[in-house]
Design a protein around this ligand. Structure first.
Ligand SMILES: Nc1ncnc2c1ncn2[C@@H]1O[C@H](COP(=O)(O)OP(=O)(O)O)[C@@H](O)[C@H]1O
Ligand SMILES: O=P(O)(O)OC[C@H](O)CO
Length: 491
């Protein structure tokens, strides 16, 4: 039986998963990935570690099944988006640490662009807002700090890429400098209407066009991995940003369908079909994918910290030993006792876009214990998703009837029940929490001509839904308390 290899390079780990064409998982490998915080609000990763962790995950995955490599017919890549890498075209070596998507170092650049009245032009052309989240100001920052790199970039000697581009470059033995439209749409330099790097925006950001990768479709003949990695030449035929891949992997193929992936952050995406829907309520307009010449767009609410708050409870506060403990602790108390925790570690993303906001905990009394704090942290993940879905209703006129969910934190049943309660909407958990990887596998299968977008395999289906049980007046009282806490966290 032929197999599809999905490579999912996420913020906290790299994964390789082998799928059958029907969506069964044959084997998987996962390696953790570290993050560095060199200054408050800054976040970096090591591009070599990103690559190595993915390579090692591939070896773990393929080592588990005899002769698996011979049966792989196509490879698909999904990746953490916006994270910015610059490298030397000649040596293939990074010239700067990767600047992570949550990194806030470019706040002053964004402020200056706003003062110059440039926000509308960026918004109209890219569908994004001026926030340090996106790659453009990260590239601009490196070039401002390192004039010698700018000179070399102008000569075409320094290449820019998001993580997909970096991985494809390495996988193909340095032969390909390429991205896809879904990743390009996260850079603040890409025009989502004519699907090209935008000369005016590049000029404003002072970024030499020669640095930018070629942009292609999300499925099709992309390249071939070098024989040295798996002992065989295998075609790469799918690539997309991880959140767009999850939208596909969750089967959200029709306009109006919505998914939420709870990983480091939460990313709610609504398929809006073949037209970009501009947002007036703090959402992003973004490219979902391009398949067989058809471009699909999405509305997105990006929340910067969701699963990250659980990591923070575990690693920094040491209130829990393992992420899984959060659920039982949250259930051990009937409510948070009035405590709200706003995890604005990297400012607030959608729908507030407040780069200066910082995390707060409100409503603490002498009786507050760690269970209340842990519960407040999990509830915050759900409140933030409601904020985004409220904005989606304003923009699209639609209130989601059912929210499809996946990602690492979607393992948490307490979180999903509270999510259903606070939305008043059914929450459907995918049986395959690795919807991102499955989306990458689907793209690879389509790009190889094995699957068609009109007739995609359904994957593994859903668990019984989490249905709302909370009374309406309690739901709205709790949500009002959240909005008050948000007001206090804002800059
Ligand atoms: N049982 C759990 N309850 C809540 N959060 C969890 C649980 N297990 C894992 N997480 C969170 O899920 C995130 C990892 O999910 P994953 O989808 O792998 O993220 P990413 O792709 O961003 O690396 C981490 O932030 C972790 O804290
Ligand atoms: O690595 P994840 O799954 O948290 O995804 C990160 C997003 O792509 C950032 O935009």
């Amino acid at each position: 039986m032929s197999l599809l290899l999905a490579l999912d390079q996420g913020t906290t780990s790299s994964r390789a998963i082998l799928f059958t064409e029907r969506g069964e998982v044959v084997a998987s490998g996962q390696r953790p990935l570290s993050q560095r915080y060199p200054e408050p609000g800054w976040l970096e990763q090591d591009p070599e570690e990103i690559w190595f962790s993915l390579w090692a995950a591939m070896q773990d995955c393929l080592g588990a099944v005899p002769n698996a490599t011979d049966r792989i017919v196509a490879i698909g890549i999904a990746n953490q988006r916006e994270t910015t890498i610059l490298w030397d075209r000649h040596t293939g070596r990074p010239v700067h640490p990767a600047i992570g998507w949550q990194c806030r170092r470019t706040i002053p650049i964004c402020q200056k662009l706003r003062e110059d009245g440039l926000e509308p032009v960026f918004h109209e052309k890219t569908g994004l807002v001026l926030d340090p989240y996106f790659s453009g100001t990260k590239v601009a920052w490196i070039l401002q700090q390192r004039p010698e790199l700018r000179r070399r970039a102008e000569r075409g000697d320094i290449l820019f890429g998001t993580v997909d581009t970096w991985l494809v470059y390495r996988l193909t033995g340095g032969r390909l400098h390429r991205t896809d439209v879904s990743n390009a749409s996260r850079t603040l330099m890409f025009n989502i209407h004519d699907l090209t790097w935008d000369e005016q925006l590049l000029q404003i950001l002072d970024i030499p066009p020669a640095m930018c990768p070629e942009v292609g479709a999300s499925a099709g003949e992309i390249g071939e991995i070098d024989r040295q990695w798996l002992g065989r030449v295998i075609p790469v035929t799918g690539m997309a940003g991880d959140q767009q891949a999850a939208l596909l992997g969750q089967g959200c193929l029709k306009p109006g369908m919505v998914k939420n992936t709870y990983g480091t952050g939460s990313f709610v995406l609504m398929n809006t079909g073949q037209r970009p829907v501009p947002s007036r309520h703090g959402l992003l307009t973004t490219v979902a994918w391009s398949i067989s010449g058809d471009v699909t767009y999405a509305l997105e609410g990006s929340v910067f910290a969701s699963g990250a708050v659980v990591q923070w409870l575990r690693d920094e506060l040491q209130l829990i030993g393992r992420s899984e403990e959060a659920e039982a602790l949250a259930r051990s108390v009937p409510d948070t006792g009035g405590v709200y925790l706003v995890p604005a570690f990297s400012g607030l993303g959608a729908p507030y876009w407040d780069e200066g906001a910082r995390g707060i905990i409100t409503g603490i009394t002498r009786g507050t214990d760690r269970a209340h704090l842990v519960r407040a942290a999990l509830e915050a993940i759900a409140y933030q998703s409601r904020d985004v879905l409220e904005a989606m209703r304003e923009d699209s006129g639609l209130w989601v009837e059912a929210l499809r969910v996946d990602g690492g934190a979607a393992k948490n049943g307490f979180l999903l029940q509270f999510q259903a309660d606070i939305l008043g909407t059914a929450v459907e958990r995918s049986r395959n929490l690795e919807a991102t990887a499955w989306g990458a596998a689907l793209l690879a299968g389509m790009g190889r001509g094995l699957l068609s977008v009109d007739n995609l395999p359904a994957g593994l289906g859903f668990d019984p839904p989490f249905l709302p049980e909370m009374e309406q007046n309690i739901r709205e009282t709790l949500y009002r308390g959240w909005k008050a806490a948000i007001d206090r966290a804002r800059s």
